[in-house]
Design a protein around this ligand. Sequence first.
Ligand SMILES: [Fe+2]
Length: 510
Amino acid sequence: MQSIDLRNQQNLEKSYTREDWQQGYESLKEEYDYWIDDIEGEIPKELEGTVFRNGPGLLDINGQRIHHPFDGDGMISQIIFSEGRAHFRNRFVQTEGYLAEKKAGRILYRGVFGTQKPGGWLANILDFKTKNIANTNVIYWGKKLLALWEAAEPYSLNPYTLETLGKEYFNHGLSSGEAFSAHPRVDPQGKLVNFAIEPGIKTKITIFELNQDAEVVSKQNHRIDGFCFIHDFVITENYCIFFQNPLSFNPIPFALGKVGAAQCIKPEKNLPTKIILIPRQHSPMVCSGVKVLETTAGFIFHHANGFEIDNKIIVDSICYDSLALTDIDSNQDYRQTNFDAIAPGKLWRFELDLLQEKVTAKLINDRACEFPAIHPDHVGRPYRYLYMSVAHNPRGNAPLQAILKIDLELGKQQIWSAAPRGFMGEPIFIPHPHGQQEDAGWIVGLVYNAEYHRSYIVILDANDLEKGTIAKLHLKHHIPHALHGSFTRDVLCEPIITRKSPKGTEATWL
Ligand SMILES: [Fe+2]
C-alpha cells in the first residue's frame, strides 16, 4: 500500500509503463471456478454477498485482434464472500455472436468501435449487423442476473453458475431488439431505473422503471432534437437527467465499410451541451414536462450522482474537454495510446437552477479519474463521500492506478494506490451491514498486477483508505481491464446435492 500526501506531492515522474498497462489487455480464454486460497490479510466476516464484474474477456478472435476493447466479448467474474472465505468464477456470456465466432474461429461481425471483418472495406460495406457483446455491466435484480450492453437487450445468466440463459425481455416489458442501457440506477426507494437511446436526427429516449420483481412498471418515450451518444444518466427523486454533449454523426464512412459507427462521431466544440430533465412518471413534476438547460461543450461518459435541493439540482460528473476519439482512430492501435496527448476526465459539479434556467459548472478535482462509486442509499439523494478510480499522479493523464475518496463536504481526500505495476478497475462500495455512517463499509476493487500478470481483489476500509489493505485476494490468473460491476447481499453459492435419502434430497453449499 502506498499512501500519498496530496498536498505535497510534486513528483510527476510516470507512475507506470505502457508495456505493463498493455499486458492487461491480453485475452483470458479460460473459465475458472475455485476457492481463493492465496490471501494477504483477512476477509472481514461481516462482508457477505456476491460481487459481479463485466468486461471484455477476449481482445482477439483466434489471434485476429479486435480494434478496441469496447468491442470485446463480455466475460462475467463472480466473487462470493461468505464466512471469511471467497470463491471465484468466470464465464463468457454465450451471446449469439460469441458462439458463432468461436465456431468459425474468425471475426464475423463489425464492432461499433472499429473492429472490421477481415478483407478490407469490400468485406464490410453495407454490413449494418450489430453483435450484442453484453460486455459493459452486470446487475442482479429481481433474482435475475443481467449482462448489459447499451445498444441491445440484456442477456440473462444463472446467478449461481453464470450459465447463459438467453435474452431477457422482462415478460414483454422490453420488445425484441429494444436496447436497455448498461447504466441502470437503483433508486433507494426500491426501483431499478434505466434508459435506452435510439439515435437519429431526432433521438428517442426511453425510460424504464422496474419493481423488485423485475417487472416494468413504468415506461416513457421522448423524442429530442439532434444526435445523441449518451452512455450514462442521473436520477433524482423527481427527474431522470441526460447530458446531450454536442456531437455530429456522419454515417457514410461506416456504410462504406471503412470504419466503425463510433468512429463517425465528431465533437462540435462550438455548440452547447444540452441538459435534458425528464420528470419521472410518479413525480408531480410530470405536469411541467421536459426541461432543457444548456452548459458549455465537453463530453461525459459517467456521472457520480445527482440530487435536489429546493429549486436546484446538483449533478457531479466526470467530464472530458471533448469526446476523445484518439484511441479509436481508424489507423491507431489502442495499445499504443499516448495518455499524455489526451485530456483526462475530471470531476465537475453542475448546479442546475430550475427557476432561473441557468447552469453553473465548477471543477471539483483536477486529477484524472473515472468510475465513480457511492453508498447505494445515497443514489439520487444528497451525499458526502465519493470514491473513484484515479491516476496515481495528481496532474496529467495516465491509466487508472489508485482509488481516491473525496469528502465533498470538507474537501478532504484520501488515496490508496496500486502503482507502479498495479492497474485499478472500478471501485464498488459495499456498506457495512451494521454501519450508521455514510462511509462505513468496504471498497472492493479488481487490480491487474503486471508484475505477475495476475489480478487481485483488494478490500479497503471505506472509512479510511490510508489505513492500508484489509485484504488482497490473489487470483490464479489475470482478468483483462474490466468495465462495470455490482454487489448483492445475496450469497449466491451454488447448492450441490451431497446426499440422497428415501425422504428426498439434502442440499449443502459448495
Ligand atoms: Fe460506463
